[in-house]
Design a protein around this ligand. Structure first.
Ligand SMILES: *Cc1c(COP(=O)(O)O)cnc(C)c1O
Length: 224
């Protein structure tokens, strides 16, 4: 299957899952996760017309999207940061990305807000929630979420549009998707970034507005 075929297949699956759940398929967008993928696969996806991509590392994303010239060549590109963000990378992240999905601590929220003001770029953000309460995983704990949300909005003036999660590998993901949806509803947040290659149809059934699919779009990542 070509990358164009993969994109069509996944888009079709998203639409069917949305319809089954009584949702409008247009309300779900596919973030093609391009991290680690070689340039020829990126070009295939771009030539197939796909314009929404996710990256988890700032420096790698700068090379893939800025230095390659794709950013200039495709002005309608949208780039989401979906990986952990260190405060010393905030400046580069704010200038490259269109959406930050991984706001998860006060220092980062403050630094992002300051940098966005400096660059006059008010990026929509998601709060990452550690729904599985895993020690080594990024994300704010569910019990601290509403206070953190208030901090981001009231103290920092960030434009928080939704919540994002990465469920623990060994748990049924649907539980986490349903939980994240409940947390978002409580805060009146509309956008939900959840679901990856193995479980995005479940995520759509539970209200995802963005699914983040890497392997399913591009094939396996080669870390060698
Ligand atoms: C890599 C990554 C994905 C995509 O994973 P696949 O299993 O390849 O679809 C999704 N979300 C995040 C946060 C990632 O780091």
């Amino acid at each position: 299957m070509s990358i164009r075929d993969n994109l069509n297949e996944i888009t079709g699956r998203i639409a069917r899952s949305a319809e089954k759940a009584g949702r409008n398929p247009q309300d779900v967008r596919l973030v093609a996760v391009s991290k680690v993928q070689p340039e020829e696969r990126i070009i295939e996806a771009l030539e197939a017309g796909h314009r929404l991509y996710g990256e988890n590392r700032v420096q790698e994303a700068q090379m893939r999207w800025s230095e390659s010239g794709f950013r200039d060549q495709y002005p309608d590109l949208t780039l989401h940061l979906i990986g952990p963000l260190q405060t010393n990378k905030v400046k580069d992240a704010v200038s490259l990305f269109d959406v930050i999905e991984t706001v998860d601590r006060e220092k980062l929220a403050k630094t992002l807000a300051k940098e966005m003001e400096k660059q006059s770029r008010s990026l929509p953000c998601f709060i990452q929630v550690n729904t599985g309460e895993e020690e080594q995983k990024a994300g704010i704990l569910p019990s601290a979420l509403s206070e953190f949300y208030e901090f981001c909005v009231q103290e920092c003036g960030l434009n928080i549009i939704g919540l994002m999660c990465i469920p623990p590998v060994d748990d049924p993901p649907a539980l986490h998707f349903a939980f994240l949806k409940k947390l978002a509803d409580k805060l009146g947040l509309k956008e939900l970034s959840m679901g990856m290659s193995s479980d995005y149809e479940w995520a759509v059934a539970h209200g995802a507005s963005y699914v983040r699919v890497g392997t399913g779009v591009f094939g396996a990542r080669d870390y060698s």
